[in-house]
Write a new protein. Structure first.
Ligand code: GAR
Length: 214
């Protein structure tokens, strides 16, 4: 059976677009790489922010696009738990086999992490375990990498656990930091690697999930 994928986003959604394009061109199709592949399809997209471009990308591709904003009236822990539970309900509703955090800036916690253990992946714009953790997202990551004088950076796809950016690494792609690089130029080059990495990671996960089934 094909793996239903739930993609979580917060912004532009260029990585979501990479997944949409990969699905369209058959990268997740059953039997494409080997006969045991069950195939995968993006079943729905959820944003924690209204009106972001990622939602439009989903709708243009004919994929259900939902918005689930955090309840800002709740204290932090409850807020995260409550949003995570709403996302879990959506994952169940769409019978998701894989949850993909593609530029999703809320932290998941609670039941979803147990029910979907080993089946939630996150994309991070640095070479974890360096430059991850609370508050490390977007341009702040690249600014910190530059300030530290790193010679290389890149992106990481990892399984999500109870920590922030701490789960087992699935794959990384590296780039060299050039003299004169800015947070923007780094972000741009890393984005290109992310678009490749996220598709590779999903193909890998589809195989892993199928293996577990057997
Ligand atoms: C990506 O660079 C991703 O690594 C980052 O958000 C960007 C989303 O881009 N995620 C994080 O910083 C999570 N800690 P996109 O909306 O164009 O796909």
């Amino acid at each position: 059976m094909s793996v239903n994928m739930l993609v979580l986003v917060s912004g532009n959604g260029s990585n979501l677009q990479a997944l949409i394009d990969a699905e369209k061109t058959g990268r997740f199709s059953a039997g494409r790489a080997n006969n045991y592949s069950p195939g995968g399809r993006i079943a729905a997209v959820v944003s924690d922010r209204p009106g972001v471009y990622a939602l439009q990308r989903a709708r243009s591709a004919g994929i259900p696009a939902l918005t689930e904003e955090p309840d800002r009236g709740l204290p932090k822990t409850e807020r995260r738990g409550e949003l995570s539970f709403r996302i879990l309900r959506i994952a169940r509703e769409y019978q998701a086999g894989l949850v993909i955090l593609a530029g999703f800036l809320s932290i998941l916690q609670g039941e979803i992490l147990r029910e979907y253990e080993g089946r939630i992946i996150n994309l991070h714009p640095a070479l974890l375990p360096k430059y991850g953790g609370p508050g490390m997202y977007g341009s702040r990551v690249h600014e910190t990498v530059l300030a530290a004088g790193e010679k290389e950076s890149g992106c990481t796809i990892h399984l999500v656990d109870e920590g922030t950016d701490t789960g087992p690494v699935l794959l990384q792609r590296k780039i060299l930091v050039h003299p004169g690089d800015t947070a923007e130029s780094l972000a741009e080059r890393i984005h290109r690697e992310e678009h490749i990495a996220i598709v590779e990671a999903v193909v890998l996960m589809i195989f892993k999930l199928k293996e577990k089934e057997n």
